[in-house]
Design a protein around this ligand. Structure first.
Ligand SMILES: NC(=O)c1ccc[n+]([C@@H]2O[C@H](COP(=O)([O-])OP(=O)(O)OC[C@H]3O[C@@H](n4cnc5c(N)ncnc54)[C@H](OP(=O)(O)O)[C@@H]3O)[C@@H](O)[C@H]2O)c1
Length: 342
């Protein structure tokens, strides 16, 4: 049996585009040919993340997930699917599962084999009261990143002024709403009036567009006495503005620096303010906080069910659309979690 998967053909030097990928047809073992411990999965949803852009090069950043080799399957991309056949205990045809062999239509996954710090290890999902793809969003890596980022800067108890950048994106839109639920006054920034309107009207936080108002001016207008916490998804000019706006003893959760994934890093030129103001800058990886998953599923699951947290998706159809989805997401043309439905 043949199945389709995406391969990288050349590493992009500027913006990512479909021309750097090819859809390859590969042989798949039949259900009777699986080895003991293997599960054949028909993938149904696959994730599109800014971090994938950091792996479209000969070597990924030190300590990060591995670079994607040219001309081979792209391992280490979170995915949801349905079990077609299984020779592993605990997995049966029809089960909904998550794993890390995305950007392909079928995957042969080894049960129990740790992937992506554990967040990509084959796992059965309870979809009785949730959509399967939510496990790629608020109940999975995006929710865990948002929640653990708040945890590492001691922001789960609320009470401060918190700014989140890329606030209408997958992680940012959850950070904004979790922080609001936890009792912070939340300011979110995003790159278009539509995103700002969604943040104000649906996500229930204060917001402005960094394209329509300079960051420092918008922050001074909404938080004249400064901010306590900055959740950084962007880096560069946004991080510089945060260093200016933070009050003494303020905290920064360093989640990512998407502004420099496709270009030369810039700044921050005012990093001395971290010393002057006794700031805490804490980098973190959501995948290293799996211990928080049960708390996340319980707490965030409740917020989703009672409607206090809303969740948006930008859905692309078909495997071949994944590169376009990634390009659109990096350029700010998607809202909420960017997904490919297979
Ligand atoms: N630490 C972790 O474990 C972890 C896990 C997942 C993700 N992340 C990081 O979290 C961040 C957000 O990821 P995501 O999946 O939620 O992506 P996302 O926010 O859904 O998509 C990226 C968004 O970044 C914004 N952006 C791009 N270039 C920008 C620039 N130059 N200046 C300002 N904004 C820019 C765009 O929105 P606008 O229209 O608003 O510009 C774009 O839609 C990324 O940095 C990612 O690497 C970290």
């Amino acid at each position: 049996m043949k199945s389709a998967q995406l391969h990288v053909t050349t590493y992009p030097t500027g913006p990512v585009g479909p021309e750097q990928f090819v859809v390859a047809q590969v042989d798949l073992p039949g259900p009777d040919e699986l080895a003991v411990g293997e599960v054949l999965v028909r993938n149904t949803w696959t994730s599109v993340d800014p971090g994938l852009r950091l792996r479209l090069r000969a070597a990924a950043p030190d300590g990060y997930f591995a670079a994607f080799p040219l001309g081979e399957a792209m391992d280490g991309i979170l995915t949801v699917g349905e079990v077609v056949a299984s020779r592993a205990d605990g997995f049966a045809p029809g089960d909904t599962v998550s794993h890390s062999l995305g950007w392909r239509e079928h995957a042969v996954v080894r049960a129990g084999e740790e992937a992506m710090n554990g967040i990509g290890t084959l796992r059965r999902l309870d979809v009785t009261s949730t959509q399967p793809q939510w496990y790629l969003g608020p109940l999975g890596p995006m929710g865990l990143t948002a929640y653990s980022g708040l945890a590492v800067v001691d922001a789960l108890d609320g009470g401060g002024v918190l700014w989140v950048s890329a606030g209408a994106g997958a992680v940012g839109s959850l950070v904004a709403q979790f922080a609001r639920e936890l009792g912070h006054r939340v300011i979110a920034t995003a790159g278009s009036p539509d995103k700002v309107a969604w943040l104000r009207d649906q996500a229930g936080v204060e917001a402005f567009s960094y394209r329509d108002e300079p960051l420092r001016a918008g922050l001074a207008r909404l938080a004249p006495d400064g901010i306590d916490v900055y959740f950084d998804n962007v880096g560069g000019d946004h991080l510089e503005a945060a260093l200016d706006a933070l009050r003494p003893h303020g905290r920064i959760a360093m989640c990512g620096t998407v502004s420099d994934y496709e270009s030369e890093p810039t700044g921050p030129r005012n990093i001395f303010l971290a010393t002057a103001k006794h700031l805490t800058i804490q980098g973190f990886r959501g995948s290293l906080h799996l211990d928080l998953l049960p708390e996340l599923e319980q707490r965030v699951g409740q917020w989703l069910r009672d409607g206090s947290v809303v969740y948006r998706e930008s859905v692309y159809d078909g495997l071949a659309s994944a590169p376009e989805a990634m390009a659109d997401m990096l350029a700010g043309r998607t809202v909420g979690k960017t997904l490919v439905r297979l």
